[in-house]
Write a protein that binds this ligand. Structure first.
Ligand code: ADP
Ligand code: MG
Length: 176
């Protein structure tokens, strides 16, 4: 259904920022799975990873993905975490249930955004590398998974309003 929209992409590709704008534009509620996990546990991602490891966090975000859709039968825009697509079941679930949009960005853009985002410093490193190297390494691993999950790719370097205008066009075309 075009009223169930999933945003996938790397950390700092703009899933949360664009998701909020898109939800307003489509007149749908907005759920961010990272925020949902934080709200349901009362812990930051870093705290969950420290206590339960990445597998614990992955289980919680997979549950948050399904809970977001179940809680909003009339539709919802869901911003996912950068690692949501790692699980084949999550990719299949999103593709089957809704429209999956990949916010595609080169590693250099992601690293530049992370460098000036104070919240990024609170996220645990996945590799122990510096920010630019980590963005490149993680993107190389995950880009095929984002592409496999997605129905449409969007240029994440555009301003959020332009990205949302492109999505509105895609959804209108699909409804014809
Ligand atoms: P994600 O949820 O994918 O990790 P965020 O939405 O938190 O990404 O955005 C990461 C950073 O990049 C934030 O500082 C945000 O303001 C900025 N940003 C996001 N999307 C855009 C965009 N389309 N153009 C310019 N800056 C953006
Ligand atoms: Mg986010």
């Amino acid at each position: 259904s075009p009223s169930l929209v999933f945003l996938v992409g790397a950390r700092a590709s703009g899933k949360t920022t664009v998701g909020r704008v898109l939800a307003r534009r489509l007149g749908l509620p907005f759920v961010d799975t990272d925020a949902a996990v934080a709200a349901s546990t009362g812990k930051t991602v870093a705290e969950i990873v420290a206590a339960e490891g990445w597998p614990g966090f992955r289980r919680r975000e997979s549950a948050a993905l399904r809970a977001a859709a179940a809680a909003h039968p009339g539709g919802v825009v869901v911003a996912t975490g950068g690692g949501m697509v790692l699980a084949a079941e999550n990719r299949a679930y999103m593709r089957a249930q809704g429209v999956v949009l990949y916010l595609e960005a080169p590693a250099a853009l992601l690293a530049a955004r992370l460098a000036c985002d104070p919240q990024a410093a609170q996220r645990p490193s996945l590799t122990g590398l510096d920010a630019a190297q980590e963005a490149a390494r993680v993107l190389a691993e995950r880009a095929p998974l984002y592409a496999a999950a997605a129905h449409h790719r969007l240029d994440a370097a555009l301003p959020p309003e332009q990205i949302c205008a492109a999505v509105a066009d895609l959804i209108a075309l699909a409804a014809e």
